[in-house]
Ligand binder design. Structure first.
Ligand SMILES: Nc1nc2c(c(=O)[nH]1)N[C@H]1C(S)=C(S)[C@@H](COP(=O)(O)OP(=O)(O)OC[C@H]3O[C@@H](n4cnc5c(N)ncnc54)[C@H](O)[C@@H]3O)O[C@H]1N2
Ligand code: MOO
Ligand SMILES: [Mg+2]
Length: 411
């Protein structure tokens, strides 16, 4: 089915897709399931941390003034009136000639204003009483971990939209979040189209290839923090495809097909979109690979028609589907993270379209360097395996030289 196509800039295509973004609901998950989920409410400190003044060392809590005369040759001797580990409290106030043996994490007893480390003391017993001998002076408030010195009550700790990492898990536990409010993960349906496709467990036969796109996209969906729902493969058969796709799109938040979006006789997606009465947001983007990426909106759902060519499929997902997933999760950062890097090689050929080269970035001599991950044709799959970024070569520029600064999109 031949139809006329007008390429639009990548940024315009992203905007058209994002006009249909929607945000998912909040759900509550157990703290042990919250890692890598997106926090759906701001995390506020409802108490100080630490919640009491505590000892940062194993040693003795005492009044610093009582060590004023302490010297190497004439130690000060204090009576040890208690012994507490973390988790215990010494309730009696201590006087100027007294000390409490205290362990790291235990609350400072009333009356004490400093802690001396165990290594700086000697202990002895006389007439059934314990004493500590101190040879050095302590300052007022020396060696105390103060209430609220880590986190003050009322502090905003983590903004909603942040991906939960192990450090955030520690904060959530500190503030008693047995259940954590997170954004619901969108469910993304996936179908691979093409009569040439074999499933992964099938033997190769003439003219056929194994379906790699579906599995690649499923893992891209997972990497983006969403839930893939795989509906298998479809032959290039219009009626069968319309029937299947119109049914399964009701079960998911977004839908991805791979293949069949170009102008070949068996590229059926354009006709399928017509049959579904969808509004085609674009069917040509001024980019390589993935120029034929097509996105269509029906009344209910966005349909991502990604190219059949593996690298075009991969890039189409990262540029257009990932931002919609990020928005659904109400992430603070939407789309791939961008950085500036220095090109390690020349790209002498001018290109009318923006190119997104599968690349590898690394730091060399303190500089962020990007080079191609391998062969870069859009029908190739090998270089995807080692790519950790897409190197953007803006279209309309008369080639790039080694040392030029470019934008890279992190994968
Ligand atoms: N006359 C033109 N021909 C082509 C154009 C064009 O503008 N005019 N565009 C080219 C570009 S650019 C691309 S990209 C591809 C897009 O093709 P489709 O999206 O229609 O995809 P298919 O035709 O179904 O397949 C293309 C290619 O990819 C292989 N494939 C398909 N599905 C999978 C899969 N699940 N796993 C692995 N490989 C897959 C398929 O066998 C084909 O080799 O069109 C160009 N042609
Ligand atoms: O534009 Mo195609 O997507 O080069 O492979
Ligand atoms: Mg085709």
């Amino acid at each position: 089915m031949l139809n006329e196509r007008h390429p639009i800039p990548v940024s315009e295509a992203v905007q058209r897709v994002m006009a249909y973004k929607k945000t998912g609901e909040i759900e509550y998950v157990a703290l042990t399931d919250a890692h890598q989920r997106v926090l759906a409410e701001d995390l506020l400190a409802d108490h100080d941390v630490p919640i009491f003044d505590r000892s940062p060392y194993d040693g003795y809590a005492l009044q610093s003034a009582s060590t004023k005369q302490a010297k190497e040759e004439s130690p000060v001797v204090l009576e040890v009136i208690g012994h507490i580990g973390a988790g215990s409290v010494h309730n009696e106030a201590i006087a100027s000639d007294q000390a409490v043996r205290i362990m790291t994490g235990a609350p400072i007893p009333r009356g004490a204003d400093a802690v001396i480390m165990l290594e700086d003391t000697e202990t002895f017993e006389r007439n059934g009483k314990n004493y500590v001998s101190i040879k050095k002076q302590l300052q007022y408030h020396q060696n105390i971990s103060f209430k609220g010195e880590d986190v003050e009550k009322g502090t905003s700790l983590v903004k909603k939209g942040t991906v939960i990492n192990p450090g955030i898990i520690a904060l959530l536990a500190t503030f008693g979040y047995a259940k954590v409010p997170v954004a619901r993960k969108p469910v993304i349906g996936v179908i691979a189209t093409g009569s040439e496709l074999l499933e992964v467990d099938q033997l190769l036969e003439p003219g056929k290839i194994r379906n790699s796109n579906a599995y690649m996209i499923i893992s891209q969906i997972e990497r983006a923090g969403a839930i893939p729902k795989y509906y298998g493969q479809l032959e290039d058969d219009l009626e069968q495809s319309v029937q299947k796709i119109s049914k399964v799109i009701e079960e998911v938040d977004f839908f991805i097909t791979t293949g069949g979006v170009s102008v070949g006789d068996f590229d059926l997606l354009p006709e399928i979109y017509q049959r579904l009465e969808g509004k085609v947001l674009f069917n040509k983007v001024a980019m390589r690979p993935g120029s034929v990426t097509t996105v269509t909106a029906t009344d209910e759902i966005l349909l991502f028609g990604l190219s059949g060519n593996p690298s075009a499929c991969y890039v189409g997902f990262e540029l257009f589907t990932k931002p919609v997933i990020d928005a659904f999760l109400a992430k603070e950062v939407v789309g791939m993270k961008q950085m500036q890097a220095t090109l390690a090689v020349d790209f002498p050929k001018a290109n009318p379209f923006d190119r997104f080269v599968r690349g590898v970035y690394e730091i060399e001599d303190g500089e962020l360097i990007a080079r191609p991950a391998g062969k870069d044709k859009s029908n190739m799959v090998h270089s995807l395996a080692s790519a950790n970024c897409l190197i953007q070569l803006t279209g309309g520029v008369a080639g790039y030289k080694q040392g030029d600064h470019v934008t890279i999109h992190l994968l």
